[in-house]
Design a protein around this ligand. Structure first.
Ligand SMILES: [Zn+2]
Length: 404
């Protein structure tokens, strides 16, 4: 059995014990049938994974299995071992878990850091009173009316696709469908189906603010998850026969690349001024919102985005047992400026996905730094580096230049 097949089968075996683990699989049907017919006990999965890591480590580099491929497989397998240990009852701290599963060390920010950022919003927001309440009521003026959500999304998706296709040759026949769902701990999700197709789900439980349209369209669709998965399939699976990419284990270093590139893809496809123009001329009118407010709204959003790491601190403190759910909700309201219902939804996300939260903002910062370092200021070069990143077995530690 070759190493890619062994790896895929181990990932599928973990999926039998952890329903969230296998995010996508489009490899041979018989491997799935085999995994479904016999459940491998977790200690045996761990033993096999450790043996496979040793086997891959001992192999020489060849054109078919170059160093980058072997390093990727080993690091993914080390994360698989850590996830198995968690399923067997090991409690890692938030930081230990992030290192073991996502190949990065999350930064730590203090409460005064967020207090400073929040106070900077005081002058940017209309009205008076405490910033968190004021921001929530201000943002509530920019909710997409329920009946216009799909039209707004379709317009945002079209813009993301058009801008992406200018720079990245998209695989023929790539496509996705959008479904509207409720009662999920996330706001959007891409379920990759293989054959360059995705199902993108949007959670409509809570009001959807206008800024989420471009964010979700680019993150889940173009040039985010949908394009990432389609390029991996085309470049690595079809062209090179690297079958390990037919499976996507959610709690693995690959997720930092996936979420980081999907978030960076938003600002790459629609950088500041271009985005404001698109929002003003297309999205706000489709949503029936006042286009004259675009610059003020996105000026505020730019400041609020700097608070995203407050969410990581809430997760770290909550998951490390330093604060309870109510205190975490309060923290999210105060420093991540979330409306109460959104903060509650976020706690559900923490419970289910744990340190996964760092993949979004830290991933975005790492991908941006990597692309800008390699490409310089040229937009064409940035897209070229980004497309290469979406088509290669890169690891988070390679992004930051740390040894892998
Ligand atoms: Zn995502």
């Amino acid at each position: 059995m070759n190493v890619a097949e062994s790896y895929v089968k181990l990932v599928l075996a973990v999926g039998r014990h952890d329903a969230d683990y296998v995010d996508a699989y489009y490899g041979p049907d018989e491997w799935k049938t085999e995994a479904e017919s016999a459940s491998v006990p977790l200690p045996e999965v761990e033993r096999r994974a450790s043996a496979l890591i040793a086997e891959i480590g001992d192999q020489p580099d060849t054109p078919h299995i170059p160093a980058s491929r072997r390093t990727f497989l080993c690091r993914q397998l080390e994360a698989l071992v850590a996830r198995v240990q968690m399923l067997r009852g090991t409690r890692f701290s938030f930081d230990e878990e992030a290192r073991a599963l996502y190949d990065v060390t999350p930064p730590i920010n203090t409460e005064p850091h967020f207090q400073d950022l929040v106070s900077r919003l005081d002058g940017a927001l209309p009205g008076h009173g405490p910033v968190p309440e004021r921001y929530v009521s201000y943002r509530n003026r920019f909710v997409i009316p329920a009946g216009r959500v799909d039209a707004v999304f379709q317009a945002a998706i079209a813009a993301g696709r058009e801008r992406t296709a200018r720079h990245i040759p998209l695989p023929p026949n790539e496509s996705f469908i959008v479904e509207y769902v409720t009662d999920k701990p996330w706001s959007g999700y891409n379920w990759y189906q293989g054959s360059c197709r995705s199902v993108i789900q949007v959670n409509t439980n809570l009001p959807i603010y206008i800024d989420r349209a471009v964010d979700l369209a680019c993150h889940e669709g173009y040039p985010g998850h949908h394009v990432y998965n389609a390029l991996l399939e085309q470049t690595l699976v079809r062209d090179r026969g690297w079958l390990e990419f037919t499976v996507y284990p959610l709690f693995s270093p690959q997720s930092l690349i996936a979420e980081g590139s999907a978030n960076y893809g938003i600002e790459l496809a629609l950088p500041g001024a271009e985005r404001n123009e698109f929002e003003r001329e297309v999205l706000f009118p489709v949503a029936g919102l006042p286009a004259s407010s675009v610059d003020e709204y996105y000026g505020v959003q730019t400041l609020v985005r700097e608070l995203s790491y407050a969410g990581n601190e809430a997760a770290r403190r909550y998951l490390d047992g330093e604060i309870d759910a109510d205190a975490a909700v309060q923290w999210l309201e105060r420093y991540a400026l979330m409306a109460p219902a959104l903060a509650r939804q976020r706690i559900r996300f923490f419970d289910k996905y744990r340190s996964y939260v760092i993949n979004y903002n830290l991933g975005q910062d790492l991908v941006r730094a990597y692309v800008e370092r390699a490409a310089g200021p040229s937009e064409d070069q940035r897209w070229a580096v980004f497309a290469e990143l979406l088509s290669s077995p890169l690891l988070p530690s390679s992004l930051s230049g740390d040894s892998a």
